[in-house]
Design a protein. Structure first.
Length: 134
C-alpha cells in the first residue's frame, strides 16, 4: 500500500451515474468526508446533500424526468494506494425527495386543469466506491 493518509477532513463535489434496465439516476452533490485515523487504512465517514435527476422506463417508453434533492451518509474505510490516490469503500444510505409530473392532458383543457405534480420520497441503501485524487 502507499503512503499514510494525511488529510482527515475535506469537502468534495461529486457527479454520479447510476442505472439499471428500468431506471437511471444522475446525482450531483457536495459531500463532507472524514478519515477517522491517519494511516494506510482508516475508517471513513461521509455526509452529503445534492440535486438529482431520475428517469424510469417501463420497457416501451420512458417516463418524464423527475428531479429533486437528496441527503446521504455512509461509513466504511479508505485505503491509500499511492502518494496521491486513495480508494473508499462504504455502504451508503440516501433519502431522496423528488417531484413527479403527470402530462395526461385531454384534448379540451378546462380552467384549472393542467400538469399535476406529486411529491415522492424514497429511502435507498447502496454502496459507494470512490477514487480520490489529492
Amino acid at each position: 500500500l502507499g503512503a499514510n493518509i494525511k488529510r482527515r477532513y475535506f469537502p468534495t463535489i461529486s457527479l454520479g451515474l447510476e442505472g439499471s434496465k428500468r431506471r437511471m439516476l444522475v446525482p450531483l452533490g457536495a459531500c463532507f468526508n472524514m478519515n477517522i485515523l491517519k494511516g494506510k487504512v482508516t475508517p471513513h465517514f461521509h455526509v452529503g446533500l445534492g440535486y438529482l435527476y431520475q428517469r424510469f422506463s417501463n420497457g416501451r417508453s420512458p417516463s418524464p424526468g423527475q428531479h429533486g434533492m437528496y441527503a446521504g451518509a455512509g461509513f466504511g474505510f479508505s485505503v491509500y494506494v499511492s502518494k496521491r490516490i486513495y480508494l473508499t469503500f462504504s455502504p451508503d444510505y440516501r433519502f431522496l425527495f423528488y417531484k413527479e409530473s403527470n402530462y395526461d392532458l385531454p384534448s379540451y383543457i378546462p380552467p384549472g386543469y393542467g400538469v399535476r405534480y406529486y411529491s415522492n420520497t424514497i429511502h435507498q441503501m447502496g454502496g459507494r466506491i470512490q477514487v480520490a485524487f489529492m
